[in-house]
Design a binder for this molecule. Structure first.
Ligand code: NZQ
Ligand code: ZN
Length: 394
C-alpha cells in the first residue's frame, strides 16, 4: 500500500428536510454576504429556490444563475466579478455537479486578479491562494463534488475541458435524497454511470489494496442495484438515498487512498464533452466497456476476474468470469436506456478523433500513469470501436 494522507473536512448533513432548520446557520457562520449560484431553472421549478430565498431572507444574497452542464469558464468569469464587487463571504451552490464545480472555482477567483481560466489550466496556482467557504445543496447524485476538492470546467473557445483542484472541499453539503426525485431518467442514468466509472477508475489501479477494493465492491453493488430502481420509481426514497451516498462515498478520497490513481476513461470522456458537449455520464457509459475489452490481458485477467466475482457474482474460470463481467457492465449500462455508441450522441465521423486522443493522452498522462498505458493510437482505436455496436462476451 502506498503512503497516503487522508483528511476531509466537509460536514455532511444527510437526509430529509434539514434546510429550514439548518441551512441559515450553516451559511451565516461565514458572514452575511452570500453569492447564490444555480443552474438553468430546475430549482425554480421544484420550489427549492423559493425555500432557499425564504431561509436566507435576512442576508445579502446576490445571484448567479444559468450555470450550464459541463460548466463554462464564462460563468466563472461572471462569478468572479460578483464575488469581488459584492465582497462575498460565502458561496451557496444549489444544483448538480456543474453548479458546485463552477462555484468552487469562483470561490478561488475572489483572491485572484486575472482571468480565472489560469486557475483551471494551472491548478498549482489555485493551491497557493485562498478559497471562499462553500455551502452546497446537492440536487443530483453523480460526481462526488459535494465532498471533494475537484472541479471540471470547459473552455469552448479552445475545446478544453480540464479538471482543477482547490485547497478546500465544501464546508457543508446538504444531501436530501428527496431533492433528486425530479432528476430526469437521462440524468439519473448518467449519474449512476458516473458513479460506476469513478469506482472503475479507482478499482483498476496498479496500487489497489484490499481495504479500498472491498469498500468499492460494496459501492459498486449498491449503484448497480439501485439505479434501475430509481429509474422505475423516481420517488423511491431508499434508492435515491443509496445513490446519493454512493456518489459521495465513491469520490471523497476514501476509495483512492493507497492507490496509484491513474485514471483513463475520464480523460477520454472529457475530450468528447469538450468537443461535442455531451453528457459526462453518457460518454463514460459508451467508452467504459470498450476500454475494459481493450485492456483485458493475461496481466489484468485476475483483477477482472475479481471484479466479476465480487461485483457481479459471476462464477467460472477467470477467463469466463472476466469476459462475462465486461458483458454485464455493458448490459447494465444499456438497461439504463442511454446510448451505447457515439453516433447515438450525434458523433458521426472521426474528424476530431486524433486531436481528442492526443489531448487525452497528454492531459490524463495516459502513456505514463494509466492502469494500462495507452498511446494516442489506442485512444483513436477506442473511439472507432465506439462507432458501432460490439459483442463484449468474448
Ligand atoms: O441546470 P439545472 O436547471 O439545474 O438542470 C440540471 C442540468 O440540466 C439538471 N438537474 C440537476 N438537478 C436536478 C436537475 N433536474 C431536475 N431535478 C433536479 N433535482 O440536470 C442537468 C445536469 O446537471 P449537471 O450538474 O451538469 O450534472 P452532474 O451532477 O452529473 O455534473 C456533471 C459535471 O460534473 C463534472 C462533469 O464532467 C460535468 O461537467 N464532474 C465533476 C467531478 C468532480 N467535481 O469531482 C467529477 C466527475 O467525474 C465529473 O467529471
Ligand atoms: Zn465522472
Amino acid at each position: 500500500m502506498n503512503n497516503f494522507k487522508f483528511e476531509n473536512k466537509t460536514a455532511i448533513r444527510f437526509g430529509k428536510d434539514r434546510l429550514e432548520t439548518e441551512l441559515h446557520d450553516a451559511v451565516a457562520q461565514f458572514g452575511n454576504n452570500v453569492l447564490l449560484v444555480f443552474g438553468g431553472g430546475s430549482i425554480k421549478k421544484s420550489g427549492l429556490y423559493d425555500r432557499v430565498i425564504s431561509i436566507l431572507s435576512d442576508m445579502n444574497v446576490v445571484e448567479l444563475s444559468d450555470i450550464a452542464p459541463n460548466p463554462k469558464i464564462a460563468s466563472v468569469r461572471q462569478g468572479q466579478e460578483l464575488v469581488k464587487k459584492y465582497n462575498s463571504d460565502v458561496i451557496l451552490a444549489v444544483g448538480g455537479g456543474s453548479v458546485i464545480d463552477a462555484a468552487k472555482v469562483i470561490a478561488s477567483s475572489k483572491f485572484y486578479d486575472s482571468d480565472p481560466w489560469d486557475l483551471v489550466s494551472n491548478p498549482e496556482k489555485r493551491q497557493k491562494i485562498e478559497q471562499l467557504p462553500l455551502v452546497d445543496i446537492l440536487t443530483l447524485s453523480a460526481t462526488g463534488t459535494e465532498m471533494n476538492t475537484g472541479s471540471v470546467i470547459s473552455n469552448p473557445d479552445t475545446h478544453q475541458k480540464l479538471g482543477t483542484y482547490g485547497p478546500k472541499t465544501p464546508a457543508v453539503s446538504f444531501l436530501d435524497p428527496q431533492l433528486t426525485y425530479s432528476v430526469s431518467k437521462w440524468q439519473t442514468a448518467a449519474g449512476a454511470i458516473d458513479i460506476f466509472s469513478h469506482l472503475t477508475e479507482q478499482y483498476f489501479d496498479n496500487g489497489a489494496n484490499d481495504v479500498t477494493s472491498g469498500i468499492m465492491e460494496g459501492l459498486y453493488r449498491a449503484v448497480i442495484k439501485n439505479a434501475p430502481i430509481a429509474l422505475a420509481e423516481p420517488d423511491n426514497y431508499d434508492a435515491r438515498a443509496t445513490l446519493m451516498w454512493t456518489a459521495t462515498m465513491s469520490l471523497n478520497g476514501l476509495t483512492s487512498v493507497g492507490n496509484q490513481n491513474g485514471w483513463t476513461v475520464h480523460p477520454i470522456e472529457h475530450e468528447l464533452s469538450a468537443y461535442y458537449d455531451i453528457t459526462h455520464g453518457v460518454g463514460l457509459g459508451i467508452m467504459t466497456p470498450r476500454w475494459m475489452k481493450h485492456v483485458l490481458s493475461d496481466d489484468t485477467l485476475p483483477r477482472f476476474a475479481q471484479f466479476g466475482r465480487q461485483v457481479w457474482g459471476i462464477t467460472g474460470t477467470d477467463k469466463e468470469v472476466a469476459h462475462r463481467a465486461i458483458q454485464a457492465t455493458f448490459d447494465w449500462i444499456k438497461s439504463l436506456e442511454v446510448p451505447t455508441t457515439l453516433p447515438e450522441v450525434a458523433i458521426n465521423d472521426d474528424t476530431h478523433f486524433l486531436d481528442m486522443a492526443e489531448s487525452a493522452v497528454q492531459v490524463g498522462q495516459l502513456n505514463q500513469d494509466a492502469y494500462v498505458t495507452l498511446q494516442a493510437a489506442d485512444v483513436v482505436h477506442l473511439f472507432k470501436e465506439a462507432m458501432t455496436e460490439d459483442d463484449f462476451s468474448k
